[in-house]
Ligand binder design. Structure first.
Ligand SMILES: C[C@H](NC(=O)[C@@H](N)CCCCN)C(=O)O
Length: 453
């Protein structure tokens, strides 16, 4: 007979947090690679001859396969069918292979400048690599959420999720901070090579985690992956998409994140050209929201747990976004300190909204539909992460060129792109307001505290 009292691997504080540290490292590397090319926009233009439309295509490519080939949906299915170890390894391998292709295109194909479908061939190959990486990164994201749910069930699950996202932000901030200085000191592609090496480390880390996870499964005997809980099912999809709360959160998510992640990709150039911030510092400033979110997301998460008010907090975050983008759009405000203060305010909004949004999903849907709900919301969010950079790149090239820099790169006026971001932020406030009204109507309890005294 089985000993029910036998201590399992995840009963040990050190083991479960150690397991989290291992997978969080993989995600940190993923966030680093996701963001590391962004601060290099101007250098990509002067060194490799990429224009803004090509940069926009490349940036949006992260989500291309996720959106058009429904890779997040298939990823969810694979995750449920084959489990976290197989899916995690597959996702990490995709990230490594995708980044290797991107690196190859940027180093070995610099002469491949023939135009195919309106873009340089090397841009298309780099984008294909980044797209493959994007599939791996998003599938790894939902896999890690499921890993935390398994290892921290009945334990510090919300804290663990907050810590994992916070650690991922370290990867983002590192990417923004080191990209330009490293590219200037070595080659433009060196920051990407560093990311590739970190991802290989992340792959090794994931294999190490798999050994622990297999041991835990043996102790649990009935593998969690094979349980009917948390399965991706088309029946659940129907139930979820019929819920108005799902649509309001999904639309708020795509609008809100479209004003943050894609904006950050262009922000380094905005800092350099409009606010005259030193090139070596511009990336660090653009990455400030990630740094702020590192500390503030767990703090605001704790506040939402204790005091509730999640719908109001999402409205506040969206209102702050409008203020930030609106002031960035004003052509006569060019003081560098204003740009830095705005980035800090953006960082606060970037901490407020996610710490209220992700736990709200858990209030609207039962646990067994959460994996499916998160996969669908990530899928809709990816539409924005693909479309907005593509749009902004085309707008910059089509309407905003005002000259050329000494290095030969184009000089852009960011007023129109910032007006577009302001418009999206206004829409996000309207949707946040509708979500609060829906909360009152349907009783989602978003304004109530998670922890009752
Ligand atoms: C947890 C959440 N993650 C996402 O929204 C991902 N789908 C996209 C991550 C892109 C990272 N630059 C988050 O990071 O808040």
């Amino acid at each position: 007979m089985k000993d029910q009292n036998q201590k399992k691997l995840n009963d040990s504080w050190g083991m479960r947090w150690g397991a989290l540290a291992i997978v969080a490292f993989t995600m940190m590397a993923a966030y680093y690679v996701n963001d590391v090319a962004a601060p290099l926009k101007t250098m990509l233009e002067s060194t490799l001859g990429w224009n803004s439309s090509e940069f926009g295509l490349f940036t949006g490519a992260y989500s291309f396969l996720n959106v058009f080939l429904l890779m997040l949906i298939w990823g969810g299915l694979i995750l449920d069918r084959f489990g976290i170890r197989f899916t995690g390894k597959l996702a990490t391998i995709l990230m490594v292979v995708g980044t290797a292709i991107e690196y190859y295109a940027m180093t070995q194909m610099t002469d491949a400048t023939q135009i195919v479908m309106g873009y340089k061939w090397n841009v298309l190959v780099a984008s294909a690599g980044y797209s493959l990486f994007g599939v791996g990164a998003e599938v790894a994201g939902i896999t890690v959420t499921k890993i935390i749910a398994k290892w921290f069930q009945g334990k510090e699950m919300a804290t663990a999720m907050g810590v994992q996202v916070a650690l991922a932000r370290v990867g983002s901030q590192a990417a923004y901070a080191v990209a330009i200085p490293v590219a200037r000191a070595y080659e433009i592609t060196t920051p990407i090579l560093i990311g590739l090496v970190c991802l290989v480390g992340g792959l090794v880390a994931f294999f190490a985690f798999s050994v622990l996870d297999k041991k835990l499964d043996r102790q649990l005997e009935t593998a969690v992956d094979a349980s009917p809980e948390d399965k991706f099912s088309f029946k659940d999809v129907k139930h979820i998409v019929c819920n108005p709360g799902f649509w309001l959160i999904a639309v708020l998510c795509v609008l809100f994140y479209s004003c943050v992640f894609p904006f950050q990709k262009f922000a380094s150039e905005l800092m350099i050209t409009k606010y005259q911030i030193d090139e070596n510092l511009a990336g660090t400033i653009a990455g400030l929201p990630a740094l702020g979110a590192l500390f503030l997301t767990p703090v605001f998460g704790g506040m939402v747990d204790k005091r509730g008010k999640a719908a109001s907090i999402m409205m506040l975050g969206a209102a702050m976004l409008i203020g930030v983008h609106c002031v960035y759009a004003l052509p006569f405000i060019t003081a560098s300190w204003v740009a830095i203060v705005l980035m800090i305010v953006l960082g606060i909004a970037f901490s407020l909204v996610p710490s209220a949004m992700w736990p709200s999903v858990a209030k609207i849907f039962p646990v067994n539909q959460l994996g499916t709900a998160y996969a669908l919301i990530f899928f809709i969010q990816n539409i924005g992460l693909w479309g907005i950079p593509t749009l902004i790149g085309a707008v910059l090239d089509g309407f905003c060129v005002v000259g050329t820099t000494e290095s030969g790169a184009k000089l852009y006026d960011y007023t129109l792109p910032m007006c577009i971001f302001t418009g999206i932020a206004i829409l996000s406030l309207i949707v946040a307001f509708m979500l609060k009204a829906a909360d009152r109507k349907y009783g989602y309890k978003l304004e109530e505290a998670n922890i009752r005294k």
